[in-house]
Design a protein. Sequence first.
Length: 271
Amino acid sequence: FISRYIKVGGVEPCTSGIVPFDFKSKHFGSVTFYDFSGHREYYSSHSNIFDNPATQGGIFILVTNISEASYFSSLLYWLKFLESSANTLYHIIVVCSHSDRVSSSCRKDCITKISNLIFNYPMIAGISTLDCRYPSSTREIKDMLKIFCQSMRENIKVDYFSKLLLTILSEFFKNKTLITLSNVIHAITTSILSSILQVDRLDDGLIKYLDTLNSSGHILFMKNPKEMLNSWIILSKAKFLSEVQTLQYNTSSNTGLVTYSQLKEAANSKG
């Protein structure tokens, strides 16, 4: 019986801010997971995800410990938090953890109670119980994620020219985190694909392609209306967010605010 349990190691007991990591598989495709901290002092960092157009319309996994008496009020708090913070459509999977510490009747009551919330919170797309001692207990969550990832990709259409631009960016700016719009124009004009893309200056067509890649999550396009050529294109959202997190909680002012010059210097120093 004991051999059916699994041992888990190398896991940090607490998350500081937001910890991103990239994951690829034949079932999920290429996705980025963001591990949010549940501590109040890090709540301000969540806007880095919610206000980011490239990460909107994602999948949120809310984990609630059903062995605690306050699990339902805590779940309601986070549902309201997501409802007020996220600015677009998204899926929520509610995971009831520590299910092994409650009776079977209690588990059923929890599922029923949470299911009744769907009327007021229609973004709840799935509910699952979790016993971390068994590897098989995560299978239901994985199946939900596969379905939602596939559904989201089917709703995102990237045109041929936007894909072509992404190919140019990938070739010219390998291992780069941040580039400017002027860098993009230079890369296009010197590429062998320039005759196909037919963009050699700042125009609406180029902005449209970048907006498409931004909406599909391939890049983060941060426009500078006053100086469009100095607009930022973030090629690696995970690395960029990591820099934001580091600066946000190591800044000497302790305000959590990061200046433009600080962020630009950090991004350039690491590619």
